[in-house]
Design a protein around this ligand. Structure first.
Ligand SMILES: C[S@@+](CC[C@H](N)C(=O)[O-])C[C@H]1O[C@@H](n2cnc3c(N)ncnc32)[C@H](O)[C@@H]1O
Length: 246
């Protein structure tokens, strides 16, 4: 995700204030086996220090990150960090803190973290490399250009629709340029099924997949009628996973 876009999205994230989609009753079927949390668990030890960039309301971190010496979750939206602190209090988990920080103006110690995770957010690999210990790991999972392409194609726009280079490739090149080694980029394919047309519509109004696009009713109805299976609405997702070492 480019820096320019991240600034455009600030108000959107502030207003949303959390990144919790349980209410849409989404059932996900993975067609590939790259699993961020499995990789994170396999790399971490009780002594690890983990930084989670663009943590949102900390929902994923609190549910999936292993217990270890220190976990810091950061986000540039004060509203997200407020939610994350409330979620942390409710979770009762220890050794976790949250703070407001822009991923493009990182304010963390150098040579400090064992693992940096960036899930569905924007990154600056040069700044990330500085805060990692030598040998430390970077794990990125991102939403790729061709995510929900059938839907975007029907509407003629949406997130990344006109990107000249897919975001996965831009990230891959930037991570290599920043001097990381063992850089591996993996495509991730998933199918999401929404419990009914109402929750699918509400989801599209909540997330930026069709940002900047007029949600034309006839297009929406056509997509729903062509993608309903057993009463559930299918969305074809395209993500990418990237691992690298300092
Ligand atoms: C799509 S949500 C992902 C949240 C969480 N990582 C997850 O996977 O559920 C993207 C998050 O990145 C944050 N974000 C976007 N641009 C950022 C930036 N430049 N610096 C820090 N956080 C940013 C947003 O505020 C939002 O909480």
């Amino acid at each position: 995700m480019s820096h320019e876009k991240a600034i455009d999205h600030f108000e959107y994230y502030q207003k949303l204030g959390n990144w919790d989609f349980d209410r849409f009753g989404i059932h996900t079927r993975s067609l590939t086996d790259w699993d961020l949390y499995e990789i994170l668990k396999s790399l971490s030890t009780p002594d690890s220090r983990i930084l989670d960039l663009g943590t949102g309301g900390g929902e994923k971190l609190l549910a999936n990150y292993p217990d270890c010496k220190e976990i810091l979750g950061t986000d540039y939206s004060p509203e997200m960090i407020k939610t994350a602190r409330e979620n942390l209090r409710r979770s009762g988990r220890k050794n976790i803190t949250f703070k407001v920080m822009d991923n493009h103006k990182m304010d963390v110690p150098e040579d400090y973290f064992d693992i940096v995770v960036a899930r569905h957010t924007t990154t600056d690999p040069v700044q990330i490399r500085k805060c990692l210990k030598p040998g430390g790991h970077l794990l990125i999972r991102g939403v790729d250009k061709y995510d929900c392409w059938g839907l975007k194609f029907l509407f003629g726009g949406g997130q990344g629709f006109n990107d000249p280079v897919p975001v996965s490739i831009a990230d891959y090149e930037n991570v290599l340029k920043a001097g990381f080694k063992d850089v591996v980029l993996v495509p991730i394919h998933e199918q999401e099924f929404f419990k009914d047309p109402g929750s699918f519509r509400e989801f599209l109004q909540t997330v930026p997949i069709l940002e900047g696009v007029d949600l034309k009713e006839d297009h929406l109805q056509r997509y729903i009628s062509e993608n309903t299976f057993g009463g559930k609405i299918r969305l074809i997702r395209s993500y990418y996973g990237l691992t690298a070492r300092k």
